[in-house]
Design a protein around this ligand. Structure first.
Ligand code: FES
Length: 409
């Protein structure tokens, strides 16, 4: 401990200690003299380790465990008026407020009172927790800071704190949607889609706290990464009644203000996701959007709204509209134009009598371009779609697993 032994004891807040004081959260910690003599002391109070420091601003108390990795702060260094440095990784804290001056998390500090007891001046500490709303607000702000910085470990600790105070840990996900939606220039990314899957893991892992925490951290951290240092791209605030055909037309003509106004209007009318789903699916099916991503995002939006509640519907659907509008319409690029004609000429001739015909060999698609592959597929239309899919996926799997050319048949 540095430079604190010589600080004179502070006379502020000297009150008589008595059981009738009514301050039930005030607990005796140490004789004042112990702290003044050594500059620092450790008190074990109500299962907590509290570090006490004699600073030029008076006696200060805080958690002894550094909020970074838990090293003892009684081994730290005091500087300035009351700045405490944890010597392990140099995080710095204002011992008065607990604010983090360098590093990440805030430090829990405790009010201190100097009282006259039987043996002289005593240090008492108020270990009661702040009101719930105050704790929640503090965690929310700290989580926001960690989200902006894309600090994975801080995100994890703040979500754990959220759960510790009895808040709904899924609030971390709701907040990360709110904090990100205006920063996704082209709408949905994999972060939102994966969020639905991680939340399923979370809900299925009851009792496994570690896996649950990991699931939530992945949701928040992935979203935070996708908006890291991104500008804001606000949505139009306009509202108009929802109309399914008009909505699909607005997306087709890439008219984001009209499509988003209809989402806002529909939600204001009390519509639920199911009321938008048909139009969203139609818009996603109107083209071969981003290799099918848009359609996947529609299904993931349903899952997320179901798991997180209607309050996330507006940001998720606004962002989904933006994705549908900006998505590459792959069917319009030369390589994919032939899909449309193949789809139109596809009429399955599969019947029960040819049910047992062998599946095509997966190598039928070997090293073929898009058009010959589609023609090959058409040549098997007397077989079931399942059987064709099985063989086509077999080829894809072989291609990726083998990492080398597949021998020609
Ligand atoms: S443990 Fe304190 S800064 Fe790392």
């Amino acid at each position: 401990m540095s430079n604190s032994q010589n600080n004179p004891p502070v006379e502020a807040s000297v009150v008589e200690a008595s059981p009738e004081s009514g301050a039930t959260s005030w607990i005796y910690a140490k004789p004042l003299e112990d702290i003044v003599t050594k500059g620092t002391a450790l008190a074990r109070i109500s299962g907590k380790q509290v570090a006490l420091f004699n600073t030029s601003e008076g006696i200060k108390a805080c958690d002894n465990r550094c909020p970074h990795e838990g090293y003892p702060l009684t081994e730290g260094s005091l500087s300035g008026k009351c700045t405490l440095t944890c010597n392990w990784h140099n995080w710095k804290f204002d011992l008065d407020s607990g604010d983090n001056l360098y590093g990440g998390d805030q430090l829990r500090t405790y009010p201190v009172d100097i009282r006259i007891g039987e043996t002289g001046q005593e240090v008492w500490i108020d270990v009661s927790d702040p009101p719930y709303a105050q704790q929640y607000e503090k965690i929310r702000n700290n989580l926001h800071g960690a989200f902006i910085d894309h600090s994975y470990d801080r995100i994890a600790r703040e979500i754990a704190r959220l759960e510790k105070i009895g808040a709904d840990p899924l609030d971390a996900i709701r907040l990360s949607i709110m904090w990100s939606v205006d920063h996704l220039e082209f709408g949905w990314t994999h972060a939102y889609a994966a969020m639905a899957d991680w939340l399923s893991v979370y809900l299925e892992s009851e009792g496994d706290k570690e896996l649950q925490l990991l699931s939530l951290v992945e949701c928040v951290a992935h979203t935070s990464f996708d908006v890291l240092r991104e500008d804001e791209y606000p949505f139009s605030p306009n509202t108009q009644p929802f109309n399914a055909n008009g909505f699909v037309e607005a997306i087709e003509s890439e008219d984001e203000p009209t499509a988003t106004a209809m989402i806002r209007g529909g939600l204001a009318q009390g519509l639920q996701f199911e009321d938008f789903e048909y139009a969203l699916t139609q818009a996603a099916f109107a083209h071969y959007n981003d290799f099918g991503h848009s359609l996947i995002y529609v299904t993931k939006a349903r899952e997320l709204i179901l798991m997180l509640g209607i309050e996330v519907a507006e940001p998720l659907l606004l962002s989904l509209v933006r994705n549908l509008i900006f998505a590459t319409r792959e069917d319009k690029i030369p390589e994919f134009r032939s899909y449309q004609s193949v789809l139109e000429s596809w009429t399955s001739t599969h019947t029960e009598t040819n049910r047992d015909l062998a599946s095509p060999c997966s190598d039928h698609w070997f090293r073929k371009g898009i058009k010959p592959s589609l023609e090959t597929t058409l040549s098997f239309k007397h077989l079931s779609a399942d059987s064709i899919l099985h063989s086509a996926f077999g080829y894809i799997s072989k291609k990726y697993v083998e990492f080398r050319p597949i021998p020609a048949i």
